[in-house]
Design a binder for this molecule. Structure first.
Ligand code: PLP
Length: 432
């Protein structure tokens, strides 16, 4: 059932009623919610930073500890979930979360490392076409990764030289605006059509919470002859993604945010199937990306596995894969479509409550349109006054502050409730 903003009511009872009608409500019980010293649950709104621990994670990791204890190296083949193909166990579930085919995704490494490895393959500058397009407000790690890739290509002798701005196009919002307009992105792409080698954008901007029109950006990017990749740190497990159908060239994401795989959890990549069997594509290779049939013949010539698996380097960390599996089992049960439906309601409701405060010291900078955002709302605080953030933190809210002036709040449909949103806004009002 879709619900309009005008249907929301400004009573606590209404929040309880919404929770009572919520088919996904039981999923909260599948997670540990951090508790205050009083024993009450924290109002946890930072699933966009570190997702909560599924109650099944411990069991899955303990299974691997047990198999290691009792089987030693034999666990590679004889563990309950044999370690050798363990990453294959999560590939289908991961593919469903990002809208891909199983062969197009693999869980490996960590996010920034994967962005580098993917740029090795997909940033192929030449004298004419060598520019990379990013958001001016991209997460710093993406900026460092992109700038160091540019420096590496522009001047291989000094990877740390700050790159010539000739290589970088940074997309910035218009003056006095915070959100990038797709029409402006398109204009920049078309104006620099012949020089752009790679477009690398976040699916959802970490600061503003803006979700980009990925399908459209891929279309324009390909029209001008560029490669298009996404950093989905804030989009995987948050938006309904269709990476295969959108025709994205590649993507990478971390799994410790919406994917609840735990701090520093194993990340994931997507490589479109049209590159599955393209040995011409340069890549940094490792033995785990080598053809499975001949990997243990210990030959010296690298033969990549077809598909995303061919980008793997090392044998993967099994405990981390087990933690990821615990969460992906929950995603499989809930389904991304249903999660997104609830997420839209939950965030719209939070937005409604915030708007009712009518205090000029706070302003939501996230797009109003539900299709241009995920679950996160970014609340800009006037005069960068961090005291407001401190005050809500002292009253049992876990949100986060992002410099210079934003409190990020992410009601996550798997474990946040409408009552959480109500209570959060009550705390915020008292703290203002
Ligand atoms: C958008 C984005 N990109 C990159 C990173 C860096 O991730 P990692 O430390 O896992 O490489 C983060 C971390 O929060 C992020 O939000």
């Amino acid at each position: 059932m879709q619900i309009k903003q005008s249907d929301f009511e400004l009573t606590e009872n209404f929040a309880d009623k919404m929770d009572a009608q919520d088919a996904l409500k039981p999923f909260r019980e599948k997670f540990y919610i951090p508790k205050q010293s009083s024993g009450e649950d924290f109002l946890y709104f930072t699933g966009n930073s570190l997702g909560l621990q599924p109650k099944t994670t411990r069991g899955l990791i303990e299974q691997e500890l047990k198999d290691w204890e009792t089987l030693g190296v034999e666990g590679h083949f004889k563990a309950k979930n044999p370690w050798m193909p363990y990453h294959e166990l999560v590939a289908g579930q991961l593919a469903n979360v990002v809208g891909a085919k199983k062969s197009e995704v693999v869980a490996m490494n960590s996010l920034t490392a994967n962005l580098h490895f993917l740029m090795v393959s997909f940033y192929r500058p030449n004298a004419k076409r060598h520019k990379i397009v990013i958001e001016k407000g991209a997460f710093p790690s993406d900026q460092y990764a992109v700038k160091s890739q540019i420096a590496f290509h522009a001047n291989p002798n000094s990877a740390f030289q700050i790159p010539d701005s000739d290589y970088l196009i940074e997309l910035a919002p218009r003056e006095n605006e915070t959100i990038l307009r797709t029409e402006d992105i398109e204009k920049t792409l078309r104006e620099n059509a012949d020089e752009i080698a790679l477009i690398l954008l976040g699916g959802v901007n970490y600061y503003t919470g803006q979700a980009f029109e990925m399908k459209r950006i891929v279309e324009i990017g390909h029209e001008i002859g560029a490669t298009v990749g996404f950093d989905l740190a804030h989009a995987a497990g948050n938006l309904e993604l269709k990476l295969h159908d959108w025709n994205a060239d590649f993507a990478a994401w971390c799994s410790y945010k919406y994917l609840n795989a735990g701090p520093g959890g194993i990340a994931g990549i997507f490589v479109h199937e049209r590159y599955a069997d393209n040995p011409e594509l340069p890549r940094f290779a490792g033995w785990w990306g080598h053809d499975k049939e001949t990997r243990f013949l210990m030959g010296d010539e690298f033969v990549p596995i077809k598909g995303a698996e061919g980008w793997q380097l090392s044998n993967p960390p099994i405990f981390q894969l087990a933690a990821l599996k615990a969460s992906l089992d929950i995603f499989e049960e809930a389904g991304m479509k249903k999660l997104r439906e609830k997420s839209i309601k939950l965030t719209n409701y939070l937005e409604f409550l915030l708007a009712e405060i009518q205090d000029e010291r706070i302003e939501i900078i996230t797009p109003k349109n539900e299709f241009e955002r995920g679950c996160q709302l970014s609340i800009r605080v006037k005069n960068s006054d961090k005291n407001l953030f401190k005050a809500i933190s002292e009253k049992g809210v876990i949100a986060d502050w992002r410099e210079p002036d934003v409190i990020r709040v992410a009601p996550v449909p798997l474990y946040n409730s409408f009552a959480d949103c109500w209570k959060f806004v009550e705390v915020l009002k008292k703290s203002l």
